[in-house]
Design a protein around this ligand. Structure first.
Ligand SMILES: C[S@@+](CC[C@H](N)C(=O)[O-])C[C@H]1O[C@@H](n2cnc3c(N)ncnc32)[C@H](O)[C@@H]1O
Length: 259
């Protein structure tokens, strides 16, 4: 009688486990079907939108509700190299936030004339390197001149394209973009390529003027809000880590490649 009762209990438990297993399978199948449908829907929708009514400093091209700014031309080199930049921007605090130990591969994307490239090179040292990428010939030439003048053997200069920085897969510990992201003409494609270039656990660091602060006197399309960055990095599966608010006008926003 006791044995019967035990058998009965085991049977009921087995049935319950089987039923739960079945429910879990159905749920997983449902979920993957849902995500496949969501992906298919995304694939048929355009990533970018063009609007005629837009900011005069913008391109009229919008990504996730944000207007993409015009690319700063080579005429901006004087502005990038202005002596008062040290005081206005406090680059030493940016470098400190990167927490470099030496030996890392850092990609400075949209490196311009190399204002940050040549500050990072001594930090990563001879066992590390800085991959300085820009799309404009004048910037690439300035970077090459800067590397030669300083005999910076650990700086490699690459000419990227609007969609791709041309970096090898899984090769970079940290990507830095200072005052660049808001003007990428193809942010989704660029970030997909950057994600691919990052090693697992690699960090993506943005330095952008604070859009949240109306007192920051920079053209609106050249500023970025942290929430907007979080939304756009979510689209390429980069995980938000933290925002460092040590700079006078910009924020340092850090993401990581987790999977
Ligand atoms: C405002 S400047 C900043 C330069 C530098 N990061 C600095 O802080 O001195 C922006 C730079 O990003 C570059 N840029 C724009 N789109 C780019 C892209 N898709 N890939 C690489 N560089 C890009 C521009 O050519 C320009 O040199």
């Amino acid at each position: 009688m006791r044995a019967d009762r035990h058998d009965g209990t085991r049977l009921t438990r087995q049935t319950l486990v089987m039923a739960l297993g079945l429910i879990a399978c159905l749920f997983a199948a449902e979920l993957s079907a849902f995500s496949a449908i969501a992906q298919a829907v995304r694939a048929t929708q355009p990533i970018y939108e063009t609007r005629t009514d837009h900011d005069p400093n913008g391109t009229g091209k919008f990504y996730m509700g944000r207007e993409i700014a015009q690319v700063m031309g080579a005429g901006g080199i004087t502005w990038l190299n202005r002596p008062q930049r040290e005081d206005e921007e406090k680059p030493a605090l940016v470098i400190a936030a990167l927490n470099l130990k030496g030996g890392e591969t850092v990609a400075d994307i949209g490196a311009g004339s190399g204002f940050y490239t040549f500050k990072i090179a001594p930090k990563v040292g001879p066992s590390g390197k800085v991959l300085a990428v820009d799309i404009q010939d004048e910037m690439v030439a300035a970077l090459r001149r800067g590397a030669a003048d300083r005999n910076a053997m650990n700086v490699e200069v690459t000419k990227g394209s609007e969609r791709d920085p041309h970096l090898p897969a899984n090769s970079v510990d940290l990507v830095l973009m200072v005052d660049v992201y808001h003007e990428l003409s193809f942010p989704y494609e660029m970030m997909t390529a950057i994600r691919n270039a990052l090693k697992p656990g690699g960090r993506m660091v943005f330095v952008e003027y604070r859009k949240e602060d109306p007192a920051v006197a920079i053209k609106e399309v050249h500023k970025m809000a942290v929430d907007q960055l979080k939304k756009e990095m979510g689209a390429v599966r980069l995980t938000y880590i933290r925002t460092v608010e040590t700079l006078p006008l910009q924020h340092i926003v850090i993401f990581e490649k987790r999977d």
